[in-house]
Design a protein around this ligand. Structure first.
Ligand SMILES: Cc1ncc(C[n+]2csc(CCOP(=O)(O)OP(=O)(O)O)c2C)c(N)n1
Ligand SMILES: [Mg+2]
Length: 363
């Protein structure tokens, strides 16, 4: 786990034994206790293999995206998700894609791939091609698909939280049974609009799960330098939003937390705030030399907390051979190479596309 939970104070254990009505922090840890009771998702063999394939696809895709950026084939910004794969896969594997919506910031390639989409349309979006999921007009930071109920891809830090509140209100208003999953970063967690949204979401009992992907840094600033309270799951307490603290480097733990949180929200009990502790291996964006941290710090995370290696060890323990897992990697590398070839060779959108998708109506 990227961040060690602080040692419990005596008052925490006292509160644990108190009846809910006498426990001032009941709201805060009501779901955490349920989650702690079954912290690892009891995945079938096939589910575990699927989590492994999906996380590896994100990893290899992002590595390739980094290469294409280096070759000048990706314009604008490019923020890689390497290291954080278990968060998107653990959470989104528990969604109902026919009903639920997802919204996130600019580090969004992994969240799109978690839908099981063909990597070709994501890579083509990165290279600005017509075949891309947003016709090549969104690029890395602004992917969007109403078809999949994926509402972006946002470059304004924290904006997706307020917009996510709106998506949740739409689910409630239309009574469509869906919930919204709104991801944001540790840096975004210090934005004012986040707390305005918390207030409204709790007041109106909106069906939303707020997820802080605490990857330890906001650009070059560590959470310790930017945040008075780094245990982000506590930040909903004053709005009576239950918090959950999750090891975001462990896909089975993230999925177990998703089960608890989604059930709570689907039952109409209002929002949940989940903190997933994770780590980004690469710089903030491709143009970040990452001088604010040591190589050793990154290496320690790679060597001891990597989410893919961790699941691999579980799979090996369950009897899967190294050869089988190597073959999966080989197949994924091939898919990603094909996606890159496709993205490099497909045409750019025509000039008339400049005037489409600007307003809802074509003009
Ligand atoms: C409103 C706003 N302020 C500042 C920025 C510049 N900016 C871009 S990314 C970023 C850091 C955000 O970090 P975090 O929320 O932790 O997300 P991460 O990049 O770690 O995924 C900042 C300050 C911005 N895009 N929007
Ligand atoms: Mg961050």
């Amino acid at each position: 786990m990227a961040k060690k939970p602080a040692a419990k104070k005596p008052s925490d254990s006292a509160a644990k034994t108190a009846a809910p009505s006498e426990d001032p922090d009941f709201i805060l840890h009501s779901l955490q206790e349920e989650f702690e009771a079954a912290k690892s998702f009891d995945a079938s063999d096939e589910q575990m293999l699927e989590f492994y394939r999906q996380m590896l696809l994100i990893r290899r895709f992002e590595e390739k995206a980094g290469q294409l950026y280096g070759l000048g084939l990706i314009g604008g910004f490019c923020h890689l998700y390497i290291g954080q794969e278990a968060v998107a896969i653990g959470l989104q594997s528990a969604l109902d894609n026919d009903k639920d919506s997802v919204i996130t910031g600019y580090r969004d390639h992994g969240h799109m791939l978690a839908y099981g989409l063909d990597p070709k349309v994501i890579m083509a979006e990165l290279t600005g091609r017509e075949a891309g999921i947003s016709k090549g007009k969104g690029g890395s930071m602004h992917m969007f698909s109403t078809e999949h109920k994926f509402y972006g891809g946002h470059g304004i830090v924290g904006a997706q939280v307020a917009l996510g509140g709106g998506l949740a209100l739409a689910h409630q208003y239309r009574d469509d049974g869906g919930i919204c999953l709104a991801y944001f970063g540790d840096g975004a967690a210090n934005q004012g609009q986040v707390y305005e949204t918390f207030n409204m979401a709790a007041l109106w009992n909106l069906p939303i799960v707020f997820v802080v992907e605490d990857n330890q840094y906001a650009m070059g600033t560590s959470t310790k330098r930017s945040s008075a309270e780094t245990r982000f799951y506590r930040r909903g307490t004053s709005f009576r939003i239950p918090g959950m603290e999750v090891d975001g480097m462990n896909v089975l733990e993230v999925r177990a937390a998703a089960e608890v949180a989604f059930k709570h929200v689907r039952e109409g009990k209002g929002p949940v705030l989940m903190e997933c502790n994770t780590y980004r291996y690469r710089g903030h964006s491709m143009s970040d030399p990452a001088k604010y941290r040591t190589r050793e710090e990154v290496q320690e995370q790679r060597d001891h907390h990597d989410p893919i290696e961790r699941l691999k060890a579980t799979l090996v323990g369950a009897g899967h051979g190294e050869d089988q897992l190597k073959q999966i990697d080989k197949d994924i590398r091939k898919r990603v190479a094909e996606a890159a070839d496709f993205a490099e060779s497909s045409p750019e959108p025509g000039p008339d596309e400049l005037y489409t998708d600007v307003l809802v109506e074509r003009y």
